[in-house]
Design a binder for this molecule. Sequence first.
Ligand SMILES: C[C@@H](C(=O)O)C(=O)SCCNC(=O)CCNC(=O)[C@H](O)C(C)(C)COP(=O)(O)OP(=O)(O)OC[C@H]1O[C@@H](n2cnc3c(N)ncnc32)[C@H](O)[C@@H]1OP(=O)(O)O
Ligand SMILES: [Co+2]
Length: 155
Amino acid sequence: MAASLFVVVSQLASVSIPGSVWKLGRLNHIAIAVPDMEKATALYRDVLGAQVSGKVPLPEHGVYTVFVELGNTKLELLHPLGEKSPIAGFLQKNKSGGMHHICIEVDDISAAIVDLKARNIRTLSAEPRIGAHGKPVMFLHPKDCDGVLVELEQA
Ligand SMILES: C[C@@H](C(=O)O)C(=O)SCCNC(=O)CCNC(=O)[C@H](O)C(C)(C)COP(=O)(O)OP(=O)(O)OC[C@H]1O[C@@H](n2cnc3c(N)ncnc32)[C@H](O)[C@@H]1OP(=O)(O)O
Ligand SMILES: [Co+2]
């Protein structure tokens, strides 16, 4: 009896009330998958006059990135890197490129992952990975987020 009461109480304690344990923060970036990185970079830098970063290979994520500064947020231009790039299928379906994911900051990514898994929202890796800004990131399945691939980044 005492043991089963303990199980019930500890299960209740692990259920969080939305917003009480972790919070969403600012929009960190919107990512755009592009078939031609040089052309896309030139569009934002030379035609639209934005400040853009250099092209950075991230082999552990299977992408090249270029960041475009927008003042209130950033664009992340993505191009596939390697045979198993997670964006290869997306570019096969969207030959001209397209909006790939949004990245929102969270104040406690570990708490967010525990909470979201308990709500049957699928995460796309077992553990967070270090993202483009040197901080832990986790992707949420687009089919569980109204068709939008969501990246959470530790603020
Ligand atoms: C560096 C880092 C950072 O910023 O810090 C990054 O951003 S790295 C950015 C790159 N890394 C990632 O994206 C990692 C997480 N992504 C993934 O694991 C993958 O891309 C998946 C989201 C699982 C999709 O993979 P893949 O396209 O191979 O699978 P699939 O063809 O079976 O797709 C399953 C269904 O999801 C849809 N689907 C695929 N990609 C989607 C996207 N970006 N947005 C919305 N829906 C998408 C497909 O159309 C399909 O729907 P239908 O069945 O209805 O046709
Ligand atoms: Co991203």
